[in-house]
Write a protein that binds this ligand. Structure first.
Ligand code: G
Ligand code: MN
Length: 300
């Protein structure tokens, strides 16, 4: 960035330099990045989010929607992924990728994460009461949340409040969480397993550490990253890799969920495999609880 064209106050200039540096790092080694309009837009947006996130939680602007996880052949729903949504009365929808990132960096992920677990459990109890007794709810966790010493006691307390069984709850952790040599984290995941919670690896195959994960922790489910199904129709190598991941997962007796199934063609591809689960817009978008209940009642 250039003084004085991009800004005159030092705080803003430092922030711009920081954003340019982050962008350069994102692009790879030995890069430089000039500050530009796109980065400026992101800076302003990030500041806005930081400023409004705290109130969002207290004003109930953050809600939880549910996306069905289905057997793609029979369309039977086995579970629901709980997904956070933020709708600001003036600004409209703010995507979870945007606000979860900010929440991770300023610590708000702890109260937001607890809130999501609480709502998901409350809704699961409601589902059980209304006859959906065999579903599980799958909840995304952030590394910070999982590392917080109060995480397990908080989850225990919420479970007790709603009289739920841990078997109906799955926690999704992503492979970007570095487990390497983090024995504390591995212990926490082991403790969750002992308490009968299900553990899923989310976005499996997106990063570099997937197999390492399977060596270190015991999990129940692999959720194959959306980028696989998006490209299997045109990329033969990726199709074979997908096949290999499914075989590996099944050898390990894991549930396999194919994420991002959007079209009939995607469905035809995944229907070549047996005993897998799938999730994506083809089956359903994430829905508010009541809409999910209504649509399932109408379907039957
Ligand atoms: O990282 P994770 O797999 O938890 O991300 C889930 C996100 O993916 C949610 O925000 C959800 O709305 C989105 N999503 C769910 N199904 C589809 C799909 O079929 N296509 C695309 N592009 N996104 C999806
Ligand atoms: Mn997920």
């Amino acid at each position: 960035m250039f003084f004085p064209y991009d800004g005159v106050d030092s705080e803003k200039l430092i922030q711009m330099a920081d954003i340019s540096l982050t962008e350069a790092k994102r692009l790879g080694k030995n890069q430089y990045v000039f500050y530009n309009d796109d980065l400026e837009y992101r800076r302003v947006r990030k500041n806005w989010i930081e400023h409004h996130l705290n109130n969002a939680l207290f004003n109930n602007e953050i809600t939880v929607h549910y996306q069905p996880i289905v057997n793609p052949k029979t369309k039977v729903i086995t579970g629901l992924e709980a997904l956070a949504r933020w709708y600001h009365p003036k600004e409209g929808a703010i995507s979870p990728q945007e606000f979860i990132d900010v929440a991770e960096s300023n610590g708000l992920i702890i109260p937001i994460g607890t809130y999501i677990v609480q709502i998901a459990c409350q809704d699961l109890a409601e589902l059980n009461k209304r006859g959906f007794e065999n579903l599980f709810v799958s909840i995304n966790l952030s590394l910070k949340q999982l590392k917080h010493p109060d995480f397990i006691p908080t989850v225990d307390r919420i479970l007790q409040t709603y009289g739920l069984n841990a078997k109906q709850i799955q926690f999704e952790i992503t492979e970007t969480m570095t487990l390497q040599e983090d024995s504390e984290l591995i212990k926490t995941i082991g403790e969750l397993k002992n308490k009968q919670f299900r553990i899923a690896i989310d976005d499996f195959g997106k990063g570099f550490s997937s197999i390492g994960y399977l060596k270190q922790i015991s999990v129940d489910t692999l959720k194959i990253d959306k980028s696989y199904v998006f490209n299997v129709l045109t990329d033969e190598k990726l199709a074979k890799l997908t096949n290999a991941i499914i075989i590996m997962g099944q050898l390990l007796h894991l549930d396999i969920v194919i994420e991002g199934v959007e079209t009939k063609e995607h469905l035809a591809f995944i229907n070549r495999f047996s005993n897998i689960l799938a999730q994506g817009y083809y089956f359903s978008r994430p829905l508010p609880l009541e809409e999910f209940i209504e649509s399932s009642i109408n379907r039957n």
